[in-house]
Design a protein around this ligand. Structure first.
Ligand code: ATP
Ligand code: MN
Length: 465
């Protein structure tokens, strides 16, 4: 007999379900009962709900029932019956039970409920078995699917950009070196520096911090593309919003100006939130109950309201007038910190904000220069609880202006020759942005720490699992 997922069982209409002979496989969450009967809460990961297994002691070896402990994995065959228990409509009356794998009650770490998230991070190999991580991982899946669906339905092509790169151009963050040289004894130049011409790629190579530059090359051919892949930043920032390895979604669109870019970002984010509300209701309700009672309300609010759009300069004015005691200074020309972003979003406007036209000096070289000579056509989307969730811009499409900016920043022009050629041959106005996938999942799940929304987080001093 083929097994049925618990999600599918619970979705069956009651009259076909009751009496049906089925097989289910999963992990035991709890077992209680008395010497006549055991009640086993079984979870197979397909859905947050458990299926109750009722095992009459007279039908089973004492040995088998003894081995069914919290954490063990079992296969049950039996008939579905209507449940009298609270909060469930169906249960399974077990005919046969096979124990695939036991879990010693003395050592299994997830014996009881209510572990702290900090403790669960130390057992990242087992935490997927908790309700919380089951919910988070199913939501991650649903959001990945929705991202591809949104772009596919809107005429974007999925583009795979390289993970290893020899250009250190974007300056989005410190990079991880990729090398096959012997760390103990690398080949040296006359002056004592490492001779990278003997390295695998013949020059220093790193893990990518962004697929944008390559994304732009292909937007100049396919029109609208998006990337969705891992990115790496070696910053030593131990915050609840930064990972060393995270996933980023980067759409890049020919013929879009910054307003089109903002419209896309807003529509995309709202689509994803609505998708989660429509398709992850059980998991969201669980997270709302356990972690963040304002979650569902906040998701609906963001999906239903227009984002506030204003310039960085206007934002700075509001912050200066706010009368707040910020930890970090506020002045025109300084980058905004999360506390500033969250003041604008949570206290002042009380909704998501898109800030535009940032000072040239705090933004990347490729952003389109404004007439005022002081600002660029950047746009950052700021969200409640998260701060920056999206960073984007219209790109500088003018060859001379872009080249002048690269020289002004003393960046290695020769390493960027391929990027500049897009401006030399058939250049076009274009725009794009980067959405940090884990920041999105933080927002959707209401979790507070980015380490709890990725299965195996990479942060400074942490890459064991
Ligand atoms: P922040 O100012 O928050 O450090 P950033 O300005 O360095 O972010 P961008 O280079 O604009 O970020 O990257 C685009 C998006 O990628 C950000 O809006 C954010 O959602 C996400 N992001 C950036 N750095 C990280 C990180 N270390 N971990 C997780 N997500 C990140
Ligand atoms: Mn940014």
């Amino acid at each position: 007999m083929k097994s049925t997922r618990i999600k599918d069982l619970l979705a069956m209409p009651e009259d076909t379900a009751v009496g049906a002979s089925v097989k289910v496989e999963g992990w035991v969450r709890t077992k209680r009962g008395n010497k006549n009967v055991s009640f086993i809460a079984l979870n197979d990961g397909s859905i947050i709900h458990n299926l109750q297994v009722v095992a009459d002691a007279e039908k089973f070896d004492e040995e088998i029932l003894k081995n069914i402990t919290t954490g063990s994995c079992i296969c049950v065959q039996g008939n579905l019956v209507k449940s009298e228990g609270q909060g469930q409509t169906l249960e399974i009356q077990a005919q046969t039970i096979t124990v695939y794998g036991g879990a010693d009650a003395k050592t299994y770490p997830l014996q009881k409920k209510g572990h702290t998230l900090e403790f669960l991070r130390e057992i990242a190999h087992l935490r997927p078995r908790t309700n919380t991580f089951g919910a988070v991982l199913r939501i991650r899946h649903a959001m990945s699917y929705a991202i591809h669906k949104y772009f596919n339905d809107n005429g974007f092509y999925y583009l795979h950009t390289p993970i290893i790169t020899a250009s250190d151009a974007e300056g989005a963050g410190a990079m991880f070196r990729v090398t096959t040289l012997d760390a103990q004894n690398p080949p040296k130049n006359q002056d004592g520096s490492v001779n990278y011409s003997e390295d695998f790629f013949g020059k220093p190579a790193n893990l990518t911090v962004s697929g944008q530059l390559e994304g732009e090359l292909c937007a100049m051919a396919l029109g609208k593309i998006y990337t969705f892949g891992p990115t790496f930043r070696a910053e030593n920032s131990n915050t609840p919003r930064h990972l060393a390895e995270f996933w980023m979604i980067e759409p890049e669109m020919a013929f879009y100006d910054i307003n089109d870019d903002m419209d896309l970002a807003e529509d995309f984010l709202k689509y994803l939130i609505r998708y989660a509300m429509a398709n992850c209701a059980d998991d969201l309700e669980f997270l709302n109950k356990m972690y963040d009672e304002a979650l569902l309300e906040r998701l609906k609010f963001v999906a239903d309201n227009t984002f506030e759009r204003l310039s960085y300069t206007e934002g700075i004015d509001l912050l200066l007038k706010s009368g707040q005691n910020f930890e970090f200074p506020v002045a025109w020309g300084l980058d905004l910190q999360a506390e500033h972003e969250r003041y604008l979003v949570e206290k002042y406007f009380k909704k998501p904000v898109i800030l535009t036209d940032y000072p040239t000096s705090i933004k990347a070289f490729y952003m389109k220069q404004n007439e005022d000579q002081k600002t660029v056509r950047a746009m950052d989307v700021l969200f409640p609880r998260i701060g920056e969730i999206i960073g984007g811009s219209q790109r500088e499409e003018n060859f001379e202006k872009l080249e002048a900016r690269i020289l002004e920043l003393k960046m290695p022009l020769k390493d960027l020759w391929w990027y500049l050629e897009t401006r030399k041959y058939g250049t076009a106005p274009h725009s794009g942005f980067g959405l940090g996938f884990e920041r999105l999942i933080l927002f959707i799940t209401g979790m507070a720490n980015i380490r709890d929304v990725i299965p195996f987080p990479r942060t400074p001093k942490n890459a064991e699992f």
